[in-house]
Design a protein around this ligand. Structure first.
Ligand SMILES: *[C@@H]1O[C@H](CO)[C@@H](O)[C@H](O)[C@H]1NC(C)=O
Ligand SMILES: *[C@@H]1O[C@H](CO)[C@@H](O)[C@H](O)[C@H]1NC(C)=O
Ligand SMILES: *[C@@H]1O[C@H](CO)[C@@H](O)[C@H](O)[C@H]1NC(C)=O
Ligand SMILES: *[C@@H]1O[C@H](CO)[C@@H](O)[C@H](O)[C@H]1NC(C)=O
Length: 675
């Protein structure tokens, strides 16, 4: 996974801003960072014809093996495998030959893309007493390519250069923090800002806001205490004294040397970490980054299991393979699960099974550089994807720690819940993943996929394909460091590989259901309810200043269409049980269920960010937006603060209309009749 707001990283993040306008890929990368994910409660009744586990599903579950998962992970993490580098070719070979040896139809698709690699990174602090500290930026105890391990993806594609200036402490780097500084008369223009990593703002958010204020660079640090559940000492013992956990100490050295006004009281008790002053200076820092951009070959790998009855309908399982370092969590816990699903599907095939629809296992490359592999593929296959892909099921960091988490487009909520009721919980006996998941929060929370932090983004936000993303645990402390290793996994995240088993179970069963069910288990009433809940939140936020009637009416249309589809599905199921199989009618209904999601796409995309076509789920451009949905409306709301009241309301109203029309398009695709 590249950059997410939910990641509490312990690694140092150093950024310089390009002096020229960034190339488009940089802008794209910046979007990765935006993810303000809403959590929503679910209370939808199960569809009344819910299917009992098929024989193949039971067989699939019985073939689970924590031993094979552990073996796969060990092999995948034997060396670091950054996209486009020589060591990554071994990993490609490993995955490809795994698929081939299982007898699956495997192929690779190569792309020559411009990737960017760091050559030299340095950070020097010049103190007012004349002292100079040259901070070590390599993680000790790891191989020479460790430079890759600590350099954050934001650097990718950024021009080389030095940023030299006074340091200002900006707390979490939020707008409100800069307002507090402004009150104190502190202007960060021409300075380097130092921020501590907070939960409310992603790294990308910190950077974009700082750039907007004229800062030359950002030094971001995570406080030791901010990391849950992991003994850093133990992490370090295995591999030496890493920079990352120590960086809080480096940060402290700089912070203690600042003069200027005292930090506002509202920033809490920071006296412990520093002298309590914000700067600017007198300490100067020199942050230098020198990178090289080169055209490198990346490879996506596919294993295709042809559908028997509907070979031209596809269910995709995807995970990226490239890693900043060894990638035990990010992303190869997911790769291990993908390889184990391949193994189990191959065994089912040997017993005579073929899916109804085609299943494709996808292993993406260069995700860490901004989902390059999956995005290229989605753009290249856009027409076929639009017409034929039923769903995209993503797993990135499959296991980061305890606790089940899931994101989905809402028509898949019910299926996801059903499937989790069929998979054993990895941490307690006699209960299912669902039981534990529901018990943790008293209701089941399913995230919506507005973030641009993994390969589901191009599928959902560009191509309108219903998507799912599942994982165990969150906020692991070795994110994007050289300590994301097999050893860390065994010691901290999944000692017996049973969480890997659970993820593979949920992921593989979901795909079996979507590939084999004669009628797709998509529930658009769930979508309509979710849209209604989104509308209610929006309504509270806007406080009556803009009419939401168009949304109300569009959601009503979707509800009606969803109810009709449910009735039709039930009728077709009944006919099927008494032996009349209305094949074409079932296929027609399935196509409408598949295509309704595409209705949310808008050809013009989000304003100023045309690539993002989905008007319900996508990243808002304002990092502090309160909305984790309706990104166009969210943008209009933040823009409206910079215009007259009337113009602002007109902007918002326009975006409300666009969303309403998108919902109507989805309703009409679901109904299938031309108006
Ligand atoms: C800082 O240290 C690195 C190695 O740790 C060295 O390569 C570099 O030359 C040093 N820079 C200065 C200005 O001393
Ligand atoms: C900060 O300083 C810059 C450059 O001197 C200036 O353009 C900008 O308006 C100042 N910002 C504020 C909020 O005073
Ligand atoms: C900053 O550091 C780089 C690399 O060590 C050096 O080339 C550059 O001259 C330094 N800049 C200043 C202003 O000291
Ligand atoms: C697999 O799980 C069993 C317990 O169910 C455990 O004894 C065994 O050590 C695990 N294997 C691995 C490789 O972790």
């Amino acid at each position: 996974m590249p950059l997410t707001s939910s990641k509490l990283s312990t690694s140092t993040s150093l950024f310089t801003f390009p002096s020229k306008p960034p190339p488009p890929i940089v802008s794209f990368l910046l979007f990765l960072i935006l993810c303000i994910l809403g959590f929503y409660s679910l209370h939808h009744p199960q569809r009344s014809y819910s299917t009992p586990l098929s024989e193949n599903s039971i067989k699939f579950l019985s073939l689970a093996s924590n031993f094979t998962l552990s073996d796969y992970l060990r092999s995948l993490t034997s060396h670091s495998h950054l996209a486009g580098t020589k060591p990554s070719l071994d990993t490609i070979q490993y995955v490809f030959s795994h698929f081939e040896q299982l007898g699956l139809e495997a192929h690779t698709v190569k792309y020559n893309t411009l990737l960017s690699y760091p050559q030299h990174v340095s950070l020097l602090a010049h103190f007012s007493d004349g002292g100079v500290v040259n901070f070590s930026l390599t993680e000790k105890g790891v191989a020479q390519n460790a430079l890759f391990d600590i350099v954050q993806p934001y650097h990718a594609y950024s021009p080389s250069g030095s940023a030299y200036g006074k340091v200002v402490f900006v707390n979490y780097g939020r707008e409100e923090d800069y307002r507090a500084l402004e009150v104190m008369g502190v202007n960060v223009s021409g300075c380097l800002v130092m921020a501590r990593k907070g939960e409310s703002l992603s790294r990308g958010g910190v950077i974009t806001i700082a750039e907007g204020k004229g800062a030359l660079g950002v030094l971001l640090y995570a406080e030791r205490d901010g990391v849950d559940g992991v003994e850093r000492g133990t992490v370090m013992r295995g591999v030496g004294d890493p920079l990352s956990p120590g960086w809080a100490g480096n940060a402290q050295t700089i912070l203690e040397s600042l003069a200027g006004g005292f930090m506002p009281q509202s920033w809490g008790d920071l006296g412990r970490v520093n002298g309590g002053r914000v700067g600017p200076g007198p300490t100067l820092v020199n942050l230098t980054y020198q990178g090289e951009e080169k055209v490198a070959t990346i490879q996506n790998i596919f294993a295709v299991i042809r559908g028997l009855e509907e070979p031209d309908r596809y269910v995709l399982l995807g995970n990226h393979r490239d890693a900043w370092t060894y990638g035990a969590v990010d992303p190869n816990s997911g790769t291990a699960a993908l390889l184990d699903i391949a193994r189990r599907y191959a065994m089912l095939m040997r017993k005579g099974w073929s899916p109804r629809r085609t299943i494709i296992l996808c292993s993406w490359d260069a995700e860490e550089f901004g989902m390059v592999g999956s995005t290229e593929w989605v753009e290249q296959n856009l027409v076929n994807l639009g017409a034929k892909v039923v769903a995209y099921l993503n797993v990135d960091c499959a296991v980061q720690g305890p606790g089940f988490f899931a994101g989905a487009t809402p028509q898949l909520d019910n299926l996801l819940i059903e499937v989790t009721k069929n998979v054993k919980d990895p941490d307690s006996d006699g209960v299912t993943v669902y039981d534990q998941w529901a018990a943790t929060n008293s209701v089941v929370n399913i995230q919506r996929l507005s973030g641009v932090d993994s390969d589901f983004a191009p599928f959902l936000q560009h191509a309108g394909v219903p998507s799912v993303d599942v994982y165990y645990g969150r906020d692991f402390p070795v994110y994007h460091t050289a300590y994301d290793s097999y050893t860390w996994m065994v010691n901290h995240a999944d000692p017996l590989f049973l969480r890997h088993v659970a993820v593979a179970g949920v992921w593989g069963l979901l795909a079996l259901r979507l590939a084999d069910d004669s009628i797709l288990h998509f529930n658009y009433l769930s979508y309509a309810d979710q849209l209604q809940a989104h509308k209610d939140i929006l309504s509270n936020l806007l406080d009556g200043s803009v009419s939401l009637d168009p949304l109300t009416m569009a959601i009503q249309e979707l509800t009606t269409a969803a109810k009709e589809a449910e009735v039709e599905a039930k009728r077709l199921m009944e006919q099927e049980t008494i032996g009349h199989v209305p094949v074409l009618k079932i296929r027609a209904l399935n196509d409408r269920l598949m295509l309704a999601e595409r209705g949310f796409l808008d050809a013009d995309g989000l304003q100023g960010r045309k690539w993002f076509k989905h008007l319900i789920y996508g990243p808002p451009s304002d990092y502090e937006s309160k909305l984790g949905f309706f990104p166009g409306i969210a943008n209009a709301i933040s823009q409206s603060t910079k215009t007259s009241k009337r113009d602002g309301q007109a902007l918002i109203q326009h975006e409300v209309w666009r969303v309403a029309r998108a919902i109507q398009r989805a309703a009409s695709a679901l109904r299938g009749e031309l108006t």
